[in-house]
Design a protein around this ligand. Structure first.
Ligand code: GUN
Length: 296
């Protein structure tokens, strides 16, 4: 049986990182500006810790100054908003990222709305989300869907008129992914179907897809018989499954049953090594953009 081409997110993210590095060098040489990003983490979620650590390490490599502020799990929302207000007014801080998920007593939407849209490198502020939906050139696009878009563009996947099926309607991936791909624009113009937990005939919808994007957060949900032969399959999922063999008792798997689906798909992202590195690449490109906007 034939096997799908692998879409190498690691290699494509490396390319984007080198473009970002050229931009941060130019900012420093021409304007004496060092782009800065501040990460805010609330509580002790182990996955969030790992993500923020990875993002910070890559920022440093690219000439982006990064700070991480860690707040106690019990921190009142007002205190987090006050911190954001301070960061909004700090000229050294070009980008602010409050890592989700937040503790239950904090309203995520109120936090994202509190970030200055000009520093919203996550692309979650309602102004940027609204502009994205309206096709009005948002200041920043959310990093994971923007990363998937960039993967599709840079691997030459035709998008105009393509049948795209997205699994998952979350605000971080599914909804903005749909908004990006349905625009009347170059590298978009797709026919987008957004499926969710109440959708009927999920497998049937998936089998129509030229491009299938799985972002619903269920381990190995997408099976081989849900994929049209030759389709492009993008796996955004990061799920913990128990694994007694593993050092920490679990391992991370995607939303796609990779070994089976790769026998049917035309191209597929590995997971890890597909979408994950692209999210970081887009975040740091957004941070360079935030700093560039400050000098032009
Ligand atoms: N949690 C999972 N993905 C993201 C992201 O892209 N940004 C933030 N802030 N939190 C997340």
């Amino acid at each position: 049986m034939s096997s799908a081409r692998l879409i190498d997110g690691k290699a494509i993210s490396t390319q984007i990182h080198s473009e970002t590095l050229a931009r941060t060098r130019a900012l420093k040489e021409k304007y004496g500006v060092i782009p800065g990003i501040t990460f805010v983490r609330v509580g002790d979620d182990p996955a969030s810790k790992a993500y923020v650590r990875m993002k910070g390490a890559k920022a440093d490599e690219l000439g982006i100054r990064s700070d991480t502020i860690v707040l106690d799990e019990q921190t009142p929302q007002a205190e987090l908003l006050a911190l954001i207000d301070k960061l909004n007014r700090d000229p050294q801080v070009h980008g602010i990222l409050v890592q989700a998920p937040l503790p239950r007593h904090i309203k995520e939407d109120e936090i994202f709305s509190g970030i200055d849209p000009n520093k919203d490198v996550d692309g979650f502020h309602p102004l940027n989300v609204g502009k994205l939906l309206l096709g009005q050139n948002p200041l920043f696009k959310p990093c994971t869907p923007a990363g998937v878009h960039e993967l599709l563009i840079r691997t030459g996947v035709p998008l105009s008129g393509a049948e795209v099926v997205i699994l998952g309607r979350g605000n971080i991936v599914g909804k903005p992914m749909a908004a990006i791909l349905l625009q009347k624009e170059k590298h978009a113009d797709a026919t987008v179907t957004l499926l969710h937990s109440r959708s009927r005939n999920i497998a049937e919808h998936c089998r129509r897809a030229d491009i299938l994007i799985a972002a619903m957060g269920q381990a190995h949900f997408v099976k081989a018989d849900m994929v049209k032969p030759g389709a492009v399959v993008i796996d955004v999922g990061v799920n913990r499954v128990d694994d007694p063999q593993a050092k920490n008792g679990y391992r991370l798997v995607g939303d796609v049953d990779f070994e089976a689906v790769r026998q049917v798909a035309g191209a597929i992202t590995p997971n890890p090594g597909g979408v994950g590195p692209m999210t970081i690449a887009m975040l740091l490109a957004n941070t360079a953009r935030a700093a560039e906007r400050g000098v032009s």
